[in-house]
Design a protein around this ligand. Structure first.
Ligand code: CMC
Length: 390
């Protein structure tokens, strides 16, 4: 048309202004609402950061206590929704279960899901923060054939989640503070990342006037792909395949460089970070520490470290400015905690939920928001006539 810029993958296009997250990809800087990720990961909690992302400032102690209390009181799933899980095969991927059950949540709250009603929006923000971890844990329990536990509202957000995943009905659950702190830290690192594919999806769906449940469910589906959140699962699968096959790290890297069968070094490369991913640096620092604190020695961590070293010294990766991203080392930690590989991206989704909600809410409140509707350059056939039509 002469008016359209062709930009595959939106490499050069800003679709919105946003005041939530700042990234400088060349310098490896990530800040939520101005606060450096390093400081938040070390000192804050998942819920405090969620508040920060949603409302722009750190909460006071009273605000945080009230927020935490509200979330604890919305953890229960409707008993009918629990039966929804039994209609799915136990082999279902937990990400599919998570997105389907999140979309299904919408059916229980249709009378309170008006995006223009701030009370509905706040209530559904609380509901999603409270219920997504429960759905995630039930997806896990279903996949291993164990009974669902009721949420234990005497526990913190993270401990409740760990108990729902690893507790069993007949035995008392013992909190492991090392695991709790490690998971809290990983969740914080995932909480937002400005206009990534899943957040852009949440915004696009939300721009049509769809409610939070539908928008977040769409975001979960976007995150599922191996080029996005699904990479954490793909990294572990890749490491396990190298280990099982006995292939040398050098040979694997050669295959990546030659793009043999489209094989990629999963957990490497990023659209925005071209020197290093500050989240990956923090995860890598934690990985050794957490594994030793949990008393786990995993040869896959050694393999990952070897792979990273070989890649970082190789011209292919240097020229393309490919470095480990957040997904490279997280899987090794999740595995040490006892999560099956197929739960890794679900953990990412729980981490990212506050960011999705914050972007959805920011978009609703922005007077400049319009329905998201990209242009195209048409390259198809010119006008032609259907046989017999003329
Ligand atoms: N292994 C091998 N080659 C790679 C990789 C990789 N992981 N990543 C990029 N390249 C190559 C790519 O083939 C291209 O080479 P050439 O110029 O010869 O065609 C060049 O580097 C530039 O890559 P690109 O595909 O144009 O970069 P992009 O910004 O479109 O893609 C990415 C970014 C993250 C999708 C990509 O780096 C990738 O596929 N990485 C592996 C999957 C992954 O780890 N994803 C997690 C991303 S971080 C967290 C999250 O978002 O969930």
């Amino acid at each position: 048309t002469g008016f359209t810029t062709l930009d595959y993958g939106f490499v050069n296009t800003s679709a919105t202004k946003s005041a939530i997250t700042f990234i400088d990809g060349d310098q490896g800087i990530l800040r939520y609402r101005g606060y450096p990720i390093e400081q938040l990961a070390k000192n804050s909690t998942y819920l405090e950061v969620a508040w920060l992302l949603l409302y722009g400032e750190l909460p006071t102690a009273d605000q945080l206590a009230e927020f935490d209390d509200k979330i604890r009181h919305h953890t229960l799933l409707h008993e009918d929704l629990k039966r929804f899980f039994s209609s799915l095969p136990h082999t279902a991927h937990p990400m599919s279960v998570l997105s389907s059950a999140t979309a299904a949540l919408s059916t229980y709250y249709e009378h309170q899901s008006d995006p223009a009603n701030p009370e509905h929006v706040e209530l559904n923000t609380i509901r999603l923060l409270a219920k997504l971890p429960v759905i995630a844990a039930y997806a896990h329990k279903k996949s291993i054939g164990q009974a669902f536990l009721y949420p234990d509202n005497s526990l913190s957000f993270v401990d409740n989640f760990l108990k729902l995943n690893f507790g069993v009905l007949s035995e008392p659950y013992e909190i492991n503070p090392v695991m709790s702190r490690a998971l809290e830290r990983l969740l914080i690192l995932h909480e937002d990342h400005e206009q990534n594919a899943s957040t852009s999806t949440v915004r696009l769906v939300g721009s049509t006037g769809a409610n939070q449940f539908s928008s977040i469910s769409a975001g979960i589906n976007a995150l599922y792909g191996p080029l996005h959140g699904g990479a954490n699962e793909a990294v572990l699968d890749m490491l396990a395949r190298i280990q099982e096959s006995g292939e040398s790290v050098q040979r694997f890297v050669e295959r990546v460089k030659n793009k043999e069968d489209g094989v990629k070094l999963m957990g490497f490369g990023h659209r925005v970070y071209k020197n290093y991913d500050p989240r990956a640096k923090l995860v890598k620092e934690s990985a050794d520490e957490i594994l030793s604190e949990l008393g786990v020695h995993d040869p896959l961590l050694d393999l990952a470290q070897e792979l990273e070293q070989v890649a970082l010294e190789d011209d292919y990766f240097k020229e393309r400015r490919l470095y480990p991203n957040v997904d490279f080392y997280t899987g090794v930690i999740y595995k040490a905690m006892g999560f099956p590989t197929r739960m890794f991206t679900v953990l990412f989704a729980i981490g990212r939920l506050p960011g999705w909600l914050a972007h959805w809410t920011e978009m609703q409140g922005d007077p400049q928001t319009k329905i998201g509707r990209p242009q195209q350059l048409y390259v198809g056939a010119g006008k032609r006539d259907y046989p017999g039509a003329v």
